[in-house]
Write a protein that binds this ligand. Structure first.
Ligand code: ATP
Ligand code: MG
Length: 418
């Protein structure tokens, strides 16, 4: 037998309704926030992620699914959604269209990680991207969109943590202070941190190694080094969050995974799903579009992990509304009546009624049992006398109430009962 690859999961038909619920909630939130869907390829040129995610990130350093295609091009399966959306924004000249460009995506993402609960090699994200606005209300709107999405799912006890990691100007001053602080202990830090020390010292604070975490515990924090512009922006974001009544905690330790984050960063974290508690992460990345060759375009967005949300909902007993069951089951007793059952089902479906018939040559008794199992609302048994009369006894399964209905009236009868 061939097994599923490590770190991947099937969504079985019996569980698909959970995904539909989350995806529908995402699309409904997108609609009320006026976000339009963008679909980009599952794979891109590797270069896009080297530049768009950044070569001091875990994603680029350790996690990408990169391979050569038959034309000897280096291709990577998308590890996240922002880089592809940003590439498309530039390539399609969206900066000369209506701004801000407000977009969302629901995508599979691929990262070669150590699989554990809430950490997979293929996982799924709902994300939003807003390009072209530099004002703090946009950061706040993106955070509210994430929060409304979580509310819509019914998840509770998710904490919002926010931080600001400044801009190019104030970051330079901070980097110098951080480097001076870490210098004496640098030889005790992991190789990745030592590399980040040279390339992007702020990212050292994102290291998960215990030894490094100890060294950085009391290190200077970016939030104490913000320039006037960044400080003011952060204050404005907070005032908009307060205006909308959203509670938050300022956590100066959040630096986020991607290299091109500027100013606002945020995470929604749950304590109900263990170590992989971040269900949604985002922030502002004003440097990204330019880094990828576009003109300077401020940007802000988030991505939420769908598997982690499902895990959170399951662990905390939040119910998923089930999908509708079949409206009617037509049972046929012999070859002629089975053909009639078949065509009545076709007519019902054409009228938008979910109808089912037997495909397993079951006895009528077994068909009734099956109809009950799949939760059909009505069942009609068809035999020679029904064929003669041109009518059926429709049985309402919830209470056994039975009504004789002419073939041609079945659809309107069922529809009126809805
Ligand atoms: P983490 O710190 O948990 O590795 P991250 O910073 O790498 O998260 P992002 O790149 O910000 O995560 O991705 C956004 C969201 O996607 C995360 O908050 C999480 O919910 C989800 N996510 C990220 N990586 C995985 C994964 N390997 N499996 C499942 N969900 C994931
Ligand atoms: Mg990660």
């Amino acid at each position: 037998m061939i097994n599923i690859p490590k770190g991947t999961k099937d969504v079985l038909p019996k569980d698909a309704y959970k995904w539909h619920f989350i995806e529908n909630a995402a699309r409904e939130i997108a609609e009320v926030y006026n976000l339009k869907e963008i679909r980009t390829p599952v794979f891109e040129h590797t270069e896009l992620f080297l530049r768009g995610v950044g070569d001091t990130t875990d994603i680029v350093n350790k996690e990408m699914y990169t391979f050569k295609d038959k034309g000897d091009r280096s291709i990577t399966l998308k590890p996240e959604g922002t880089a592809g959306a940003a590439r498309s924004f530039i390539e399609n000249g969206m900066s000369s269209g209506v701004l801000p460009a407000k977009m969302y995506y629901i995508i599979p993402a691929f990262r070669y990680e150590r699989p554990q609960a809430g950490r997979l090699r293929e996982f799924h994200q709902f994300g939003i991207e807003v390009y072209g606005s530099q004002s703090a209300d946009t950061d706040a709107e993106v955070i509210f969109a994430a929060s409304s999405f979580l509310d819509k799912l019914g998840v509770k006890n998710v904490k919002l943590n926010i931080n600001s990691i400044g801009c190019k100007t104030c970051r330079a001053e901070y980097n110098a202070a951080l480097k001076a602080y870490l210098e004496p202990d640098l030889d005790k830090m992991c190789p990745t941190c030592r590399e980040r020390y040279e390339k992007n010292p702020l990212r050292i604070l994102d290291c998960k190694e215990e030894g490094c975490k100890k060294i950085t515990a009391k290190a200077p924090r970016m939030i104490d080094y913000l320039c006037d512009g960044c400080r003011q922006h952060f204050e404005q974001v907070k005032s908009y969050l307060a205006a909308g009544g959203l509670e938050y905690t300022v956590d100066s330790g959040i630096v986020r995974g991607l290299d091109y984050y500027t100013k606002t960063v945020f995470e929604f974290v749950s304590e109900e799903i263990g170590a992989q508690g971040t269900v949604c992460g985002g922030g502002r990345y004003d440097g990204l579009i330019q880094e990828l060759g576009g003109s300077h375009t401020p940007a802000v967005g988030f991505a939420a992990g769908i598997e982690r949300l499902i895990l959170l909902m399951e662990n905390t007993g939040i119910p998923f509304p089930e999908e509708p069951k079949p409206d009617v089951y037509f049972a046929g007793m012999d070859e002629d009546s089975r053909r009639t059952a078949f065509s009545l089902a076709l007519k019902a479906r054409a009228a938008g009624i979910a109808a089912e018939v037997d495909h397993m040559s079951r006895s009528v008794k077994a068909q009734f049992k099956y109809a009950d199992k799949i939760g059909a609302r009505y069942v009609a048994a068809i035999g020679s006398s029904e064929l003669e009369k041109g009518s059926v006894n429709l049985k309402r399964m919830s209470d056994g109430f039975t009504q004789e209905v002419k073939f041609e009236d079945i659809n309107s009868y069922i529809l009126s009962g809805k």
